[in-house]
Design a protein around this ligand. Structure first.
Ligand SMILES: [Fe+2]
Length: 151
């Protein structure tokens, strides 16, 4: 996803920053894999705007603009946005792997499966980061705000 660097910059947890950083590197390999798939099919790759991904990107921008920098609340929002993107990618790659298998393109299916596995691992990692402490910290921030509001 092209907007990962802006999510990475907006995040404050080191764990989250590292996870996004690592996935930015993986994404570059994923692009190379797609080029490989196109060349196996003897087709020229062409960039196309994805409306769904654009919508998810707009949503991520809103999350950043509506949360305060340096808060766990923002990190939770970033994790949610990133997971929505990963889930979208998982369904797209999952369908493509299945289609490739159905039409007997097992070499293509194998390449796409590598990317699918990376997307799934990233999703699991993001859940772990949220569970480890960010969700808890964000809940604490929420209750502090409530207390302030009650004074
Ligand atoms: Fe991804």
């Amino acid at each position: 996803m092209q907007k990962l660097p802006s999510l990475q910059r907006a995040a404050s947890s080191e764990e989250l920053k590292n996870a996004i950083e690592e996935h930015i590197e993986q994404t570059q390999e994923q692009v190379a894999r797609l080029e490989e798939v196109f060349s196996l099919l003897d087709k020229k790759p062409q960039a196309k705007k994805c409306d769904a991904m654009e919508g998810l990107t707009t949503e991520a921008k809103t999350v950043i603009s509506e949360t305060e920098s340096g808060t766990a609340t923002r990190d939770v929002g970033i994790i949610m946005s990133a997971q929505k993107v990963e889930h979208y990618e998982i369904s797209a790659y999952g369908s493509l792997v299945q289609l490739a298998k159905t039409i007997g393109l097992n070499d293509v299916a194998e390449i796409l499966e590598e990317t699918l596995a990376e997307e799934k691992d990233t999703d699991v990692l993001l859940t772990q980061i949220a569970e480890n402490n960010i969700n808890y910290e964000a809940a604490e921030e929420g209750s502090e705000e409530e207390e302030e509001g009650n004074e």
